[in-house]
Design a protein around this ligand. Structure first.
Ligand SMILES: NC(=O)c1ccc2nc(-c3ccc(Oc4cccc(O)c4)cc3)[nH]c2c1
Length: 328
């Protein structure tokens, strides 16, 4: 088993390569610390996932951690966090990630109350492109929230990256899909009626992005305790009941409100898909897209995402397009 550093109980290899300092984020399944790569003095984020933290569900904790690591190592998009290194001991996983100096969108919204509409649009466009890439690669995030959207700098105009794939789901070819390919001679009717709604699990990400956009624009969430007397938060959500408080929304465009309304549709079949959201009039903003593409695919490799490889040269082709879309 891997040599463990006696003081810090960290893998020896890890403490030899990185100096670990303060805690910068806490997740459900572990914590995130600021670390320095000794050889380069570069800052990194070290995410620890404890296997033993959930004795009851130790199986699921390990499986979800392994899925997260598998996804982190497979994905490659400018708006998705990149893994730099990986270690494990008997009781923990250690994932070294690029450090996003701007911290979590959650703290940015909290400190600014409301984010200016053009900036919210720039961030939202990048989130849509990142989630479009995930969905095109058969991955559903399932835990999109401002804590899991990181900013590359303290500037308003910056790259955002989505992180935390602990709740993510990989879409495999399903038994149902194989069944529907065979002859239906002996197939019961409900298999067909069920099939109509299957395949929409990715719509949960579109709903979550609607909530994130609402919070960025308005500075308060659409669903929260006592928003409606007598309605629990889950009742507000299942009935799609929320309020555009005038004092917060008056200065915000009708197009922005329209995107939010069409993402916060209770019926997943009626809800905007990520692709449809990218075609919405609010996102038909060439200046914003030029800024976004410029920071996502910098011409000068020394820019923001120095790790971007020459492969980004054909930035126009969306890598996601190339991958077959394995249904839900
Ligand atoms: N949940 C995750 O999977 C995850 C994965 C990676 C994460 N990185 C942060 C993070 C990064 C920087 C922050 O500000 C700082 C802190 C210290 C120095 C600095 O320059 C910026 C705050 C949080 N939070 C993360 C969460």
């Amino acid at each position: 088993d891997l040599m463990v550093d006696e003081q810090s109980n960290l893998p020896k290899e890890l403490s030899e390569k990185y100096m670990i300092t303060k805690k910068i984020g806490v997740g459900v399944c572990g914590e995130v610390k600021l670390a320095f790569e000794r050889a380069t003095c570069k800052k990194v984020a070290l995410k620890t996932i404890n296997k033993k933290d959930f004795p009851a569900s130790v199986g699921t904790a390990t499986r979800s951690a392994e899925r997260e690591i598998q996804i982190l190592q497979k994905i490659d998009h400018p708006c998705l966090i990149k893994t730099k290194d990986f270690f494990q001991t008997d009781d923990s996983y250690y994932i070294v990630l690029e450090l996003m100096e701007g911290g979590e969108l959650y703290d940015r919204v909290k400190s600014k109350q409301q984010i200016k509409e053009p900036i919210a649009k720039l961030y939202f466009y990048q989130m849509l492109k990142a989630v479009e890439y995930l969905h095109n690669n058969g991955i559903i995030h399932r835990d999109l929230k401002p804590e899991n959207v990181l900013l590359s700098s303290h500037d308003d105009v910056c790259i955002i990256k989505i992180t935390d794939f602990n709740q993510s789901k990989i879409l495999e070819e399903s038994a149902l899909m194989r069944t529907l390919c065979g002859t239906p001679t002996y197939l019961a009717p409900e298999v067909f009626t069920d099939a109509v709604t299957v395949g929409y699990s990715r719509a949960v990400d579109a709903w979550s992005l609607g909530v994130v956009l609402f919070v960025c624009l308005a500075g308060y969430p659409p669903f929260y305790p006592n928003a409606r007397i007598g309605l629990s938060v889950s009742d507000q959500i299942t009935q799609g009941i929320y309020t555009f408080i005038p004092s917060k929304w008056d200065g915000i465009s009708d197009d922005a409100k329209d995107v939010v309304k069409k993402l916060l549709r209770v019926d997943p079949n009626a809800r905007l898909t990520i692709e449809e959201a990218l075609q919405h009039p609010w996102l038909m903003d060439e200046a914003m897209k030029e800024t976004a593409e410029g920071i996502m695919y910098p011409k000068d490799p020394g820019d923001a995402d120095a790790t971007a490889d020459p492969g980004d040269a054909d930035a126009t082709a969306d890598p996601g397009d190339a991958t077959a879309d394995p249904g839900d």
